[in-house]
Design a protein around this ligand. Structure first.
Ligand code: CDP
Length: 227
């Protein structure tokens, strides 16, 4: 008899705005698993560091912050397009973590070894409980290398910038396509060239290129892998 149990730990990694959150959320919903987006933790640390006036070059200060703050990520309490609630010291900072200033600085903060260590420990604890879809850059390679199914979701920078652009407009925000594209490319450059846990596909990951696929097609294709 073939084993028909769905994979318990599913990881989705990939470059900025490749559709990881949309896919992860749908997979988690359909399997009744926990959806956990690790990007929000790096964004929360970045936002708080900016808030407290720390320089982005202050590795020691930002690391100390990552080691001490408690970031709570919970299922969405509102239907305003959020994938989850992000709380820091009981304050809901979900939309603050999406500010352009955070987008610009998050990759610098994420490259700090101490920040990664502090956040990865928490991510690993949550992931090891199983029945989880965890999304990020290094989940299949570093955080949960024992995962049962690893997906690496890719798309061209043009397509990814287009998606992020539409997302911002849909939320009623303002955006410049060229600026978003430049920022997405720069973020990927920093994320994939850093020394600690760089963005890359795990050797045993299934690479899905979503350039020619709709979100629905990506979902169905990956759901098939879970069955
Ligand atoms: O949603 P988007 O793809 O734009 O980004 P995100 O997943 O929210 O991640 C924001 C940033 O956090 C990334 O550009 C990385 O610098 C960092 N990150 C990371 O280093 N490792 C992770 N596991 C998740 C995010």
């Amino acid at each position: 008899m073939p084993d028909s149990t769905p994979p318990s730990i599913i990881t989705i990694d990939g470059p900025a705005a490749s559709g990881k959150t949309t896919l992860g959320r749908r997979l988690a919903d359909s399997l009744d698993y926990l959806f956990f987006d690790t990007g929000v933790m790096y964004r929360a640390v970045t936002w708080l560091a900016l808030q407290r006036g720390l320089g982005m070059g202050d590795e020691q200060g930002i690391t100390a912050l990552a080691e001490t703050i408690s970031i709570d990520v919970r299922p969405p309490s509102q239907e305003d397009g959020r994938a989850c609630d992000v709380l820091v010291e009981s304050r809901d900072i979900t939309w603050e973590t999406r500010q352009p200033e955070v987008d610009t600085n998050v990759s610098v903060v994420s490259a700090y070894a101490g920040v990664r260590r502090a956040l990865s420990i928490q991510q690993r604890k949550i992931g090891q409980r199983g029945r989880v879809v965890m999304v990020g850059r290094d989940i299949g390679t570093v955080v949960l290398p024992e995962a049962d199914l690893k997906i690496y979701l890719d798309a061209s920078a043009e397509e990814r910038a287009r998606r992020r652009y539409k997302e911002i407009l849909a939320r009623g925000g303002q955006a410049d396509y060229q600026e978003i594209q430049a920022q997405v490319i720069e973020r990927d450059r920093i994320d994939s060239t850093r020394n600690v846990a760089p963005l890359k596909a795990a050797k045993d990951a299934v690479v899905v290129d979503s350039d020619q696929l709709t979100a629905e097609e990506v979902f169905l294709k990956t759901l098939e892998m879970c069955r």
